[in-house]
Design a protein around this ligand. Structure first.
Ligand code: PAF
Length: 286
């Protein structure tokens, strides 16, 4: 695996590949890699000639400096995992390489960035679009792979790609879960053994909803799920919403693509999860 820390070196290397028609798959990450990330890499390797993974803990998408500080950065074991997963290229820049000074530009993608996660993490998606735009500009991927766990992030990035007409196709890959149902996340390592058990209420509630979904009882089901999560000791639900999967507006009995999304604090750790309840052509590239 080739490792690059500067954009110029990475670009020079990739420029040599394009004349020979190699397609580029890109998996942007913030490291602390788990099976979920590796499944994105496997997908990229299956669909493209060269897979680039980036590891960059992007400061502009953290609205809580403590969260940024404690974000795990196990670069040695991440590098080993990428080697084992036969990743072709790792891009691992320093903050100064990605941001020149105090940048303030922001792309207005409309209300999507202010709903759900956007309400609880103001500015988060401005940071995400900034860094993903920069990474796309450096890597120039044909396909870019993102996890369904960050469902709203996928919609936000798709909106950016559509608005700017960027020549990249986004692929949404399914959520990977631990055997007991917990959605894989880099943040799970912060859960104590007790919190880890309490956290299962998220996937159990989503599962229950999937099995009991009735499009004529959306408001009641949403309330029931929110209450179930809040009833779990040590768990505080921030939101539980049953939405139109295309724009995250509240779903109604006629909505075609329906997604339930949840965010909750479990002890000191904030977790998100979701389930697609009804789907008509929202999942890109699958
Ligand atoms: O999903 C993530 O890990 C990050 O938000 C991303 C897309 C790598 C941007 O920093």
């Amino acid at each position: 695996m080739k490792i690059f820390n500067t954009r110029n070196q990475l670009r020079e290397y990739l420029d040599e590949l394009s004349p020979i028609g190699q397609t580029i798959g890109f998996v942007p990450t913030m490291g602390a890699l788990h099976e979920g990330h590796l499944s994105l890499l496997a997908r990229s390797r299956g669909q493209t000639d060269v897979t680039v993974c980036s590891i960059f803990v992007n400061p502009t998408q953290f609205n809580d400096p403590k969260d940024l500080e404690k974000y795990p950065r196990p670069i040695a074991s991440d590098t080993e995992k990428l080697e084992q997963a036969c990743c072709d290229i790792l891009f691992h820049p320093e903050v100064g390489e990605m941001y020149a000074g105090n940048e303030h530009w922001h792309l207005d993608i409309g209300e999507l960035e202010h709903l759900l996660e956007g309400k609880f993490r103001p500015g988060h998606y401005q940071g995400v679009t900034q860094v993903v735009y920069k990474l796309f500009d450096i890597v120039k991927p044909d396909l870019a792979f993102f996890g369904q766990k960050d469902y709203q992030q996928f919609l936000v990035i798709q909106r950016m790609v559509d608005m700017l007409d960027l020549p990249v196709k986004l692929v949404m890959c399914p959520i990977l879960r631990e055997p007991d149902g917990l959605a894989m996340s880099s943040r799970n390592i912060h859960l104590s053994a007790k919190d880890r058990q309490h956290a299962l209420v998220l996937s159990k509630t989503l599962d229950w909803l999937k099995n009991n979904f009735d499009r004529n009882r959306i408001a009641a089901l949403q309330e029931e799920c929110f209450d179930r999560i809040n009833a779990e000791p040590g768990v505080h639900a921030e939101y539980f919403e049953i939405t139109d999967g295309t724009d995250l507006h509240p779903a109604n009995s006629k909505t075609q693509n329906i997604v339930a999304l949840v965010a909750a604090r479990v002890g000191n750790t904030r977790l998100i999860d979701n389930v697609i309840l009804r789907s008509r052509a929202i999942v890109h590239g699958s």
